[in-house]
Design a protein around this ligand. Structure first.
Ligand code: AMP
Length: 125
């Protein structure tokens, strides 16, 4: 089944400039901004500017340029925040997808969380 993108989701509104955001990094194809309800000292959301619903949708259908730009932006965030394990304390990245993934915003986003120990990976459902 093909994904249907709802352009009224809150990140689409951020990308159109209809809602403000606290930008960390912006490139031609990617926006990274601070989560409005941070769950850790560092909590950045990385999103493609293209209309992708989930991580698998992005991985399957985004162009090579978009995919590369997304991950290079992620690397910039790790470098700027000094969270990579070789220089800092490490991080967790999460991409909630779909119903079971408990995805609230229907535009693919990568959570980058750092600045404290994250605990076990999953809580019991
Ligand atoms: P998810 O459950 O993975 O879809 O998470 C959506 C995330 O978006 C949550 O961590 C929210 O705190 C965050 N969020 C929702 N609205 C905004 C906003 N306007 N600016 C920044 N982050 C937001």
């Amino acid at each position: 089944m093909a994904y249907t993108y709802d352009d009224q989701n809150i990140f689409a509104k951020i990308l159109r400039g209809e809602i403000p955001n606290n930008t960390h990094t912006e490139t031609e194809h990617t926006l990274a901004f601070h989560d409005i309800q941070p769950q850790a000292p560092h909590h950045v959301l990385v999103i493609p500017k293209g209309a992708y619903v989930t991580a698998d949708h992005f991985a399957a259908e985004a162009s090579d340029t978009e995919v590369l730009d997304f991950w290079r932006t992620f690397a910039v965030i790790c470098s700027d925040l000094r969270i990579a394990p070789d220089v800092g304390g490490g991080y967790r990245m999460i991409a909630n997808s779909g119903h079971d993934g408990v995805q609230e915003v229907q535009h693919f986003h990568l959570h980058v969380l750092a600045g404290r120990p994250m605990g076990r990976m999953l809580q019991p459902g």
